[in-house]
Design a protein. Structure first.
Length: 131
């Protein structure tokens, strides 16, 4: 089942933060729905940039997935982490292509303090990447 291949690749990326093959894993027309950006992030390159930032900021050494629900093309992954002493709870809702590539990801985060710290830290990280 190709979704499971995609899911294994996703878990390896989150765990190892290996950015080298990320562009091969993300579909060219991928879309990311961020909890802190109003418009969807579109295109494989831009989605990859945001995922690299999220891997560093959110998927830190306190990060862990606590629940997983999957079917043949979707994965709902509940996570928990901590950033600057603030507990962050969230869900990655991922849709894969039939070839196992990431097609769409929606990230939901709670509570409001968590959304605010993620917004701040992601903004700082992305600004550094672009300078």
């Amino acid at each position: 089942m190709k979704t499971l291949d995609g899911l294994e690749t996703w878990h390896a990326f989150v765990k190892n933060k290996n950015h080298e093959n990320l562009s091969d894993f993300i579909a060219d027309d991928a879309v990311l729905y961020s909890p802190v950006v109003f418009k969807p992030i579109e295109g494989g390159f831009m989605v990859g940039m945001y995922l690299m930032a999220a891997a560093e900021i959110i998927a830190n050494n306190k990060f862990k997935y606590v629940r997983e629900l999957c079917d043949d093309e979707n994965a709902f992954l509940e996570f928990k982490t901590e950033i600057n002493g603030i507990t962050v709870e969230g869900i990655d809702m991922i849709k894969f292509t039939k070839e196992g590539k990431l097609k769409e990801i929606k990230v939901m985060i709670r509570p409001l303090k968590a959304v605010n710290i993620v917004h701040q830290k992601m903004g700082e990280y992305l600004q550094k990447m672009n300078s």
